[in-house]
Design a protein around this ligand. Structure first.
Ligand code: ATP
Ligand code: MG
Length: 568
């Protein structure tokens, strides 16, 4: 076992348990227990990496358990997305796919047994009364008038509840623990409620559904979970967890450990809020590339490795904190720098005509795909008399310090020739429509015969070979660090510029065969990936290429902030 200094607190617990022989069969069993009421988000990645990572590290197993006890909010779509998101991260639960609903019969039997032992009762207080009589953090609760209902009557009522004879909210099955407990979760917690909802897996078989604090520990016990790891908000539920695991007939005792959830500034990460963004049409769906969902970041072009690196850097602690958004983007850039294929794309094209270049010929340059990874090879990039360059890379009359193209000035066309601008043409509004230039035939590949150098290098595409493309430029979905902290409504802090669509960009020919999931760098513009809205070419219509900007090349926010700090 490794140096204990490098272990997080859960690893320490596990290593101690293993060393002391406290783990049955010496095999740890963890679980990732999402509720299928939405898509997984970046916070879940932390829990997934922790649970699956521990199982891998210590030769154990990690179960996937869909915690499906809330039928009206749950859906097969969510179950399927959860599975594909975990697989995308590179984790595998093998045959260990479980559902809380697998245990409904067992849970029902346990509830009946508790009633028979006088440990549970049917409460007919209204939901408001139940809430009111639960007491507060400083005041004890008040016993329900039904607390001493005879066992036979409890049994009959519970059976009637399960048989659909009573409306929702009329009765509640509660454990008979202690209404004066200092821990509110121990004040006769609810075990079962009536719900007439169709369940995604059990259909209409049930109209009573078990509560989380009853279902979760017993599911853990049934599955032989050794270390049940959850976020800090469940710390107060631990006594209820331990109580459920101590019910007679439950012969395995898992232990619950809590860690701090992942919070990231500028993001909201509760499924409820994410669902409302989707429902209100504020984003295009759960997989909108601006969403902090796993499907969103995947579509945006983040890789699983970048996210695992990010999670590893954040670490596992017992104290809540908020991680900087820019740390996540830093990890994404580091990863893409290593893997992205460098290509040329022109966002805001203007025509460049090289008057002294032959018409009707195409010359090819071998361009490296990734200078960070020579093994990725080269590709052939066509060069012709007419090119597109960025309109922003040209000024008719240069301002001081301008190193790019201007009339009389010379730049290097990336991987091709030196060119010098000679004139430009404008439309009736004074907008530049084309630039004329002359090239230096001796400067092929970037070296000149006389050894002269230029400061500016600009990117380009061949006008007769390039492909039209749409670029979607994303920024943060929220403009405030803590969305909603000022007004109480996080929607007030939506960033109106979180998506800028560029309709008529031009990309190099080699992108004709780009695939979904390829990682790209558009030189000088940022990291990009193909979006699923793209449509391949047919015999009649050309391809419609849509690219998402994954992240800019540099962190312009951090730079702006540090400039402001210097100024201020
Ligand atoms: P949300 O609050 O976003 O709706 P949740 O906690 O209700 O999430 P579950 O489906 O119950 O979502 O979560 C499954 C597991 O993921 C739980 O063990 C939960 O503790 C963990 N988890 C949820 N959010 C985070 C987070 N931000 N950081 C770390 N773990 C998280
Ligand atoms: Mg939850």
């Amino acid at each position: 076992m490794e140096d204990s200094k490098n272990l997080n607190f859960i690893e320490k617990i596990i290593e101690d348990d293993l060393a002391a022989g406290r783990v049955p069969g010496n095999k740890i069993v963890t679980r990732f227990p999402p509720e299928p009421n939405g898509y997984l988000h970046i916070g879940h990645i932390k829990s997934i990496c922790l649970n699956f990572g521990l199982a891998q590290k210590y030769g154990g197993v990690c179960h996937l358990r869909l915690d499906d006890t809330n039928p009206e909010k749950e859906d097969m779509e969510y179950i399927n997305s959860i599975k594909s998101d975990i697989r995308w991260l590179g984790f595998d639960w093998g045959d260990n796919e479980f559902y809380a609903s697998d245990y409904y019969e067992r849970l029902y039997e346990i509830a009946v047994r508790l009633i028979k032992e006088g440990l549970a009762y049917v409460d007919s207080q209204s939901p408001e009364e139940v809430r009111k009589n639960r007491g507060t953090l400083t005041e004890p609760g008040v016993n329900s008038p039904d607390r001493d209902r005879p066992i036979e009557e409890n049994l009959r009522l519970f059976e009637e509840m399960a048989a659909g004879k009573h409306p929702e909210g009329k009765y509640l099955l509660r454990a008979r623990l202690d209404m004066a407990s200092p821990n509110i979760n121990m004040r006769d917690p609810a075990l079962y409620r009536i719900k007439f909802a169709e369940h995604p897996r059990t259909g209409n078989r049930w109209c009573v559904y078990p509560m989380y604090d009853f279902t979760h520990p017993i599911s853990d016990a049934i599955e032989g979970i050794t270390h049940s790891i959850c976020t800090l908000e469940f710390e107060d539920h631990r006594p209820a967890y331990d109580w459920a695991c101590s019910i007679d007939g439950i012969d395995h005792t898992p232990h619950q450990y809590e860690f701090a959830r992942l919070n990231i500034n500028y993001l909201v990460m509760s499924k409820r809020r994410l669902l409302s963004l989707v429902k209100n049409g504020l984003v295009s769906g759960w997989d909108d590339p601006r969403m902090p969902t796993i499907s969103g970041i995947r579509r945006r072009g983040y890789s699983p490795e970048a996210m695992k690196d990010f999670i590893a850097r954040v670490g596992v602690a017992k104290v809540e904190s908020t991680v900087d958004y820019s740390l996540m983007e830093f990890c994404v850039r580091e990863d893409l720098n290593k893997r992205a294929r460098r290509v040329m794309a022109v966002k805001n094209p203007v025509r460049l005509v090289i008057d002294n270049y032959k018409t009707d010929i195409t010359e090819y340059f071998d361009v490296e795909n990734n200078p960070e990874k020579p093994e990725d090879g080269t590709r052939r990039v066509p060069f012709t008399r007419e090119l597109f360059i960025e309109a922003d890379d040209f000024m008719e009359e240069p301002v001081k310090g301008w190193h790019r193209l201007y009339i009389g000035g010379e730049v290097r066309l990336k991987s091709a020739y030196y060119v010098k601008a000679t004139s430009c043409e404008k439309d009736e509004n004074g907008r530049i429509v084309s630039i004329h230039a002359e090239y230096d035939p001796e400067s092929r590949g970037g070296e000149t015969a006389d050894g002269r150098r230029v400061k500016g290098t600009i990117h380009w595409v061949s006008a007769s070979h390039c492909i039209d493309a749409e670029l979607r430029l994303y920024d943060k979905l929220f403009k405030a660090e803590d969305p909603g902290s000022e007004t109480g409504n996080y929607l007030d802090d939506l960033n109106p510029e979180s998506l800028v669509v560029v309709k008529n960009a031009k990309v190099e020919e080699s992108l004709g065969n780009v695939k979904l999931g390829d990682y790209l760098q558009f030189m000088r513009l940022g990291y990009f990936c193909l979006d699923k809205d793209s449509v391949p070419a047919t015999d009649e219509t050309p391809a419609r290429l849509v690219f998402n900007r994954t992240v800019t090349l540099k962190d312009s926010w951090a730079r702006m902030q540090s400039k402001e700090q210097k100024k201020g």
